[in-house]
Design a protein around this ligand. Sequence first.
Ligand code: C2E
Ligand code: CA
Ligand code: CA
Ligand code: CA
Length: 395
Amino acid sequence: FAVIHCGVDRFSVINHSLGNRVGDLLLIEVANLLRRATRPTDMVARLGGDEFGVLLEDIRDASAPVRVVKRMQEKFVLPFQLHEHEVFSSLSAGMAVSGDQYTEADVMLRDANMAMRRAKAQGGGGYVLFDRGMHEEALRRLDLELDLRRALEKEQFEAYYQPIVRVKDGRLTGFEALVRWNHPERGLISPAEFIPLAEENGLIVHIGRWMLRAACQQMRQWQLAFPRRPALTVSVNLSARQLLHPEVLAEIRRTLRETGLSPRHLKLEITESAMMENAERAIELLEALKRTRLKLMLDDFGTGYSSLSYLHRLPIDALKVDRSFVMHMHERAEDCSFVETIVDLAHKLGREVVCEGVELPEQAALLRSLGVEYAQGFLYSRPVTAAQAEMLIIE
Ligand code: C2E
Ligand code: CA
Ligand code: CA
Ligand code: CA
């Protein structure tokens, strides 16, 4: 038999009156599409979020799951109708096919899941068959997880800082704190590699706590050392798991008190998708956070599933437009109009805009003409160590 793990890629909905429940309706529709693309004897189950598992029994040969996946993906090629909405999306799929190496279904599901992540990483809309190479990678991942568990006590994490500048004149306004892992054998490991893992096993709560403290301490130290730059801020990323942690509010307050940093100098970045995992609770928490007078940023804006109708309800100060939109804006008119629309909307709602991933002067010029307030990207500086960041403050 074979296991297929599939997930919905970024989708867009064409409609003017987006209700909050579009996401739910969409998932029901996806489940229906999947059922129509499989045989009645195949099992389709929702695995949580926007991910589904399909179990195919009695397959004739190893290419059978590929045919099923292609059929499923075809259903996603055209926009499909969801009540009065028109939805465009694509499906990524990973597959594991049973042979003698499998004895347990949950292992197959894990492997199919990993293959799906690979398919997503390749840009979405495709499929990947789990193979031996990926099996080795799975083992490495297990090793990594064990190392990750010990990394905190061994003090292997380090906060890097990436400047955020005012678009108008390129002046430094603050930094985003980004975690780095100094692995004893593998060197500096990027968060893209271990944050998803830490999200899965809950370690992110500890890492995030550590980062918050490190960043607040560092900013307080800079304020004392550079009294002529009193307005600098530090932005810290808050993951979905942290957001839902019952102690998060008390912890943030305690960290500010203990480090002596005023909340006005702290910004918390929360991704659109983390927010939408439990929107009602998130809004409640954000409101409580706002009352402590720190600033809130909606991170990776444009990549999540949130409907724009939520935006005015979120007590956020600024939107961070994701790098994937900024990257091509100088060469793709659609991306440029996307950013323009977001900026207009944000400004109408009284929010500011930060664009991340600015690499080229042409992009910066466009942002300036659109009235974007802040920018961050390799054009200004890569994320650097605290000591290097300090040199940028002195400049
Ligand atoms: P993010 O929050 O979207 O952070 C911006 C990422 O874009 C950073 O990657 C940064 O190095 C990269 N970046 C900035 N400017 C440019 C540019 O001009 N070009 C390109 N190609 N990349 C640019 P990084 O540091 O690898 O972090 C990746 C992600 O890991 C972050 O994305 C964030 O989601 C997560 N992350 C990093 N540190 C933390 C943390 O302390 N806590 C949590 N929860 N997540 C973190
Ligand atoms: Ca961020
Ligand atoms: Ca971001
Ligand atoms: Ca991003």
